[in-house]
Design a protein around this ligand. Structure first.
Ligand SMILES: *Cc1c(COP(=O)(O)O)cnc(C)c1O
Length: 411
């Protein structure tokens, strides 16, 4: 087996030769696929012979992207979807329902928290928030109606890291899958299978797309969970065994919700994957340099980055993420006004909301991505109005630091 970086450049053969022997899988921008006979059409629709029928269900360009992610993560199977949010929504809808609950932390991507609270709670799906680093609290929140445990690999903007093997052990003892949002780590930094994640959801909009070209997401089944234990997948389990979750998605939830990824976006993201290892290395290096610089600056109150010894999550992050710590960090200035002044004085770093872009981006989480929550709710999420978030790109670190130096001087 080739190493990750080599595998990323040499796609898995789809098993079908392109009619022009194109070296790169083309964008198959076609909604429908034709059959020679009515009988062949029947075999395709009944799932007896795998073939593309309609691009909301599967598409050759999207399939190529799925096969690449599968190879890179060592998974049983992958379903690519229209966004990171649809990866989360589709997975949750496949596993949980009215009268059941999810156990997670309040330290979540803002839209995920909004999905759980504003969208799913009114449908009778409860979400219970605990400190995921406290095994007793996690186990105490679980009962026979718990259908999944959910966590993020490095939470944003709290920069909290949970010991995922520990959490997977608790989920396993309760016979429920651990669903991990691995957006900010990707299979390059985090091996979900090794750490006991049953399912991994990833926003491919971030590191994978490579330069913020397109929105997309993937759902990865690592194959470590026995789906016989998932009540909601009983009929899929009888028909498809270990592929129960993937088939529940493909033949029902993913298909019926119309969460498909466009072929053009799949093509862009397959292209992005090729350079992802290089870009992640550089952005992690830059984040480390930026954190180190900020920590020693007199105008900076505190820096939160798992790569620093001062982070309570340094040790667990180091062992879990192959000695890297991600491209995102937060830091605190004296107050909100100074955060704005700092941001407005930046000349190179861009004021924009994305993560793991090629460009270094800055934002003020309190007043932007979390603006729909009250001050009290934001405090419960460990947010602060004097916090700035920095997502490091792949520029030269000396230029990033020079820009921050002059912006800090101006405040
Ligand atoms: C961006 C992000 C998402 C949502 O992804 P989209 O592709 O924007 O829908 C989910 N989780 C995390 C951790 C993210 O950073």
């Amino acid at each position: 087996m080739n190493t990750f970086a080599t595998q990323a450049v040499h796609p898995v053969p789809s098993g079908k030769q392109d009619i022009h022997a194109a070296l790169r899988t083309p964008v198959y921008d076609s909604v429908a696929f034709e059959f020679e006979t009515a009988r062949e059409m029947e075999l395709a629709f009944t799932g007896k012979r795998p073939s593309h029928t309609y691009s909301r269900i599967s598409n050759p360009t999207v399939e190529q992207f799925e096969l690449q992610i599968r190879a890179l993560s060592g998974a049983v199977g992958v379903v690519a979807v229209s966004s990171g949010m649809s990866a989360i929504t589709t997975s949750v809808l496949a596993l949980a329902g009215t009268g059941t609950n999810i156990v997670t932390s309040r330290h979540l991507f803002g839209n995920t928290l909004s999905l759980f609270e504003r969208t799913l709670r009114p449908w009778g799906l409860e979400t219970r928030y605990v400190d995921l680093n406290d095994p007793e609290e996690v186990a105490g929140a679980m009962d026979s109606n718990t259908k999944l445990v959910f966590c993020e690999t490095i939470t944003n903007p709290q920069m909290e890291v949970v010991d995922i093997s520990m959490l997977a052990g608790i989920a396993e003892r309760h016979h429920v899958p651990l669903v991990v949002d691995g957006t900010v780590t990707t299979p390059y930094l985090f091996n979900g299978k090794e750490h006991g994640a049953a399912v991994e959801v990833i926003s491919s909009t971030k590191y994978i797309s490579g330069g913020a070209t397109s929105i997309g997401g993937v759902i990865v089944d690592h194959g470590g969970f026995d789906w016989k234990q998932a009540e909601k997948l009983a009929s899929e389990y009888r028909a498809f065994g270990r592929f129960a979750f993937l088939m529940k998605l493909r033949r029902e939830v993913y298909r019926n919700t119309g969460a498909c990824l466009s072929p053009h976006n799949a093509w862009l993201q397959t292209l992005g994957l090729e350079t992802m290892p290089l870009r992640i290395e550089k952005s992690c290096e830059n984040a480390y340099a930026a954190a180190d610089f900020l920590e020693s600056h007199e105008k900076v109150t505190s820096v939160n980055y798992p790569g620093l010894d001062s982070s309570p999550y340094h040790v667990v992050a180091e062992k879990q993420f192959r000695g890297r710590f991600g491209g995102i960090l937060t830091f605190e200035l004296q107050d909100q006004e100074r955060c704005y002044l700092f941001m407005d004085n930046l000349k190179l770093i861009r004021r924009a909301t994305n993560l793991n872009d090629n460009k270094t981006l800055v934002l003020h989480p309190w007043s932007t991505i979390f603006c729909e929550f009250s001050d009290k709710q934001k405090k419960a999420m460990s947010l602060s109005s004097s916090m700035v978030r920095l997502s490091c790109g792949i520029e030269d670190s000396s230029d990033i630091i020079r820009d921050m130096t002059q912006a800090l001087e101006a405040i």
